[in-house]
Design a protein around this ligand. Structure first.
Ligand code: COA
Length: 238
């Protein structure tokens, strides 16, 4: 979407920058990896298709995309003390984080969130965790989001762990066909009476599968996210 086309969000360990054409060659290299294809349930694209995808995502109001960057491991600098231009010049691409606004009834407070730390040297260093904190903070605070889903390959235990243990996502469905699990996080309370469609079938609403413990954890996490988001340095990505 165009909303974040010049937005840079700077945390302690990662910066989120808009996905631009200059990022495409590296992104394309990453996605040749069979491991990353499997973990992210992605099909390989040609370089031209990848450029086309970047262009269309930029214009698509249902796709909020950021590239994740970080300082090289030997850097002694601190991201938050750097100017926006230095962050742009001195960081390297390590992954991406996206939200797709794909609610079937066009609920603009719902999005499917995904994360990839493509550079293995940068995994397990807290960067994926921080990237999701920044992205959820941005979506809650700036876009009024209430609900997130994360669809994750059953083989991707690290990612399932991250969303469940760090943020309180809970499972709402599992597809043996696609070999993936759907996790949910919502601020919404389900209606006291179940909602039915015209045929008398129960309509699944966000939050209806959350337990009291899930809701308590999410209430706590949402407060932490909003407090944390205040410490994120926003800037302009030229
Ligand atoms: C899965 C992935 C997103 C996690 O990001 P990360 O930056 O490596 O993870 P973090 O260091 O921020 O860890 C945060 C939490 O995630 C979970 N986690 C991360 N890596 C894990 C692993 N190898 N095994 C188990 N849990 C793991 C843990 O709960 C961890 O918290 P802890 O360190 O307190 O135990 C990242 O490793 C990745 O992109 N891997 C390859 C591609 C992929 O699997 N993409 C996901 C597609 S949806």
């Amino acid at each position: 979407m165009k909303l974040n086309e010049n937005t840079i969000l700077i945390g302690e360990k990662v910066a989120l920058v808009p996905y631009r054409a200059e990022h495409v060659p590296k992104y394309h290299e990453w996605m040749k990896s069979p491991f990353l294809q499997e973990m992210t349930a992605s099909e390989p694209l040609t370089l031209d298709e990848e450029y086309e995808m970047q262009r269309s995502w930029h214009l698509d109001e249902d796709k909020l995309t950021f590239i994740l960057t970080a300082l090289p491991e030997d850097s002694k600098e601190a991201l938050k003390e750097m100017s926006d231009t230095s962050v742009k010049d001195k960081t390297v691409m390590i992954g991406d984080v996206n939200i797709f606004l794909n609610d079937p009834d066009q609920d603009r407070t719902f999005g499917e969130i995904e994360l990839m730390i493509a550079e293995s040297a940068f995994r397990r260093t807290g960067r994926g965790y921080e990237a999701i904190k920044i992205m959820m903070g941005y979506a809650l605070e700036m876009l009024g989001f209430k609900t997130f889903h994360a669809k994750i390959s059953l083989k991707n235990e690290p990612s399932i762990n991250l969303f469940k243990s760090k943020f309180g996502f809970y499972e709402v469905s599992r597809s043996e066909v696609f070999q993936e699990v759907c996790l949910e996080w919502t601020l919404l309370s389900p209606p006291t009476e179940p909602r039915m469609d015209e045929y008398g079938n129960k309509i699944e609403v966000y939050g209806s599968k959350a337990t009291a413990d899930d809701r308590a954890k999410i209430a706590e996490v949402s407060k932490e996210l909003l407090t944390y988001y205040k410490s994120v340095k926003g800037g302009k990505y030229e």
